[in-house]
Design a protein around this ligand. Structure first.
Ligand code: FES
Length: 86
């Protein structure tokens, strides 16, 4: 089975805006989904540099789907949706 890629921004803007890359979120995702997902830390998606995008941080990609204002709940909802469609 192909793993779902969860790319988490570890950049300053995303950190300041809610810390989607915080250790507790990463630990929760790893604990809940184990080897069904692959978590990749990214320095900055460069999205935060665009006008109007700053306020929508933090950002997370689940495969090709971009999640803005990414909370743990939002990320889990997208992952669950993908797992149901497999
Ligand atoms: S810091 Fe997250 S997109 Fe730039």
């Amino acid at each position: 089975m192909k793993k779902i890629q969860v790319k988490v921004c570890q950049g300053t803007t995303c950190y300041v805006m809610g810390g989607s890359g915080s250790k507790s979120i990463l630990d929760t995702l790893t604990e809940k989904y184990g080897d069904k997902i692959e978590i990749i830390s990214v320095k900055c998606f460069e999205i935060c540099h665009k006008q109007d995008s700053f306020s929508k941080a933090p950002y997370v990609y689940v495969d090709d789907e971009l999640i803005s204002s990414a909370s743990l709940e939002k990320v889990i909802n997208v992952i669950e949706g993908k797992l149901k469609n497999e």
